[in-house]
Structure formats: C-alpha cells, structure tokens
Design a protein around this ligand. Structure first.
Ligand code: SF4
Length: 209
C-alpha cells in the first residue's frame, strides 16, 4: 500500500472497507430493524469460532474514502451499524462525525479491545476473553452481548456484567455453530438469572446477511 494511503488509514480518513450492505439487524436490542451495515476489515482478537475470519487481514480490503462510505450509506437507511472485524482497530472519529453530520443514527458492534473513538448513538459491546475491553467502554456500552460457546462463558458473562454501567442491557447469544448444544443451557440460565436476555442471530434464520 502506498505510504500516503497508509497514513490516511492510520488517521481514520480512509478505512479498509470489507463490505457494506442494507439488511435487517439480526441481533441484540435493535433486532428486526432495517439498517445499513459497514464492515471494516482488520481484527487481531483471534476468536477461534469467528464467523468473519475473512475480515482479519485489513490488507485484503481496499482503503476507502470516508466520503464514499458515507454517500453510499445514506442512500439506504438512517441507521448505520459499523462492524468488523474490529472497527476500533481504526480511528472512528471522521467516519462517525461525517455520518452524524448527515443526521444518521450511528451504532457500533465492537469487542471494545481498543481505544473508543467516534461518536455513537448505540454501543454494542461484545467482549472477548482473548483481549478484554478497555475500562472506558464499560461505562458507555448500551448493550453487553456475550457469545456463549461453552459453560465457562456464563462465568465470563457475569464477570463482564459486573463491569458495565447499570443501564446496560445484558444479552447472552449462542455461538452459531454451537446453537443446539448451548441453547438449552442459555434458556435455563436466563430463567434463573433474569437480568439477562437471550439474543439470537435471527438474520441467520432469515437467511440474510
Ligand atoms: S472480535 Fe469479532 S471479528 Fe474479531 S475475531 Fe472475534 S468474533 Fe471475529
């Protein structure tokens, strides 16, 4: 990559765009709501069950001007979900300020592993054991979404729930490939600990991106 472009990516003035698409938010608090997704490449958290491993290597995704991302996004929806990869790998200040300037509602889906940048209307924090969130994001998260792959994830979920702000909505979501195995445990857990809600990847049942 040219040095000049690398510098722009480093400053968040261009971003490695993996894909962008209009669909239905399948998960968490806003599930069922139409939104435009912007998937940014780059993640080194390394979850073994990750379903977007193609996103990990940022070099595979073309550095794209923020103005291009924004102009495309606003054609489709007034709700923009920025996801990845791990979007906080990059400085989100320019992207979010340009989306906000167009009157968009801007959401992020993040592991919270890196410094929180950007201005967000909704922060979905999905912490990962391999790289824990920064302290700052626990105070700002609107929803905590813990992916349940095995029973130890209930312990991890409680540990993370103890760190978020009191208004944060708590979700347990089965890891897709383990649904059959873990859904009975999640149902049982949520009935015993009703501060939690179940989140399902409904877009996968709907067969949409
Ligand atoms: S943080 Fe998200 S994108 Fe990164 S490896 Fe984990 S599941 Fe995949």
């Amino acid at each position: 990559m040219e040095k000049e472009i690398l510098e722009l990516v480093g400053k968040g003035e261009m971003l490695p765009l993996m894909e962008a698409f209009y669909t239905i938010q399948g998960e968490g608090y806003h599930k069922g709501t139409a939104a435009y997704f912007v998937r940014i490449g780059g993640c080194d958290v390394g979850c073994h069950w990750c379903d977007v491993k193609e996103s990990w290597n940022a070099d595979l995704h073309p550095p794209t001007k923020i103005s291009t991302i924004v102009e495309d996004a606003i054609k489709y929806s007034n709700t923009i979900v920025v996801t990845g990869g791990e979007p906080l790998t990059w400085d989100m200040t320019t992207l979010t300020s340009q989306l906000k300037a167009k009157g968009m509602q801007v959401h992020i889906e993040t592991s919270g592993a890196y410094k929180l940048t950007g201005v967000w209307d909704w922060i979905c924090l999905s912490p990962k054991k391999l790289k824990l969130p920064t302290n700052e994001i626990y105070h700002k998260a609107d929803e905590l979404k813990v992916i349940v792959y095995n029973k130890d994830d209930f312990r991890f979920a409680e540990e993370q729930a103890a760190l978020v702000n009191p208004n944060c909505i708590l979700y347990l979501q089965p890891e897709w490939s383990r649904c059959e195995k873990v859904i009975p445990d999640i149902v049982d857990y949520v009935m015993k600990h009703p501060k939690w809600k179940v989140s399902l990847q409904t877009h996968k049942y709907l067969n949409i991106p």
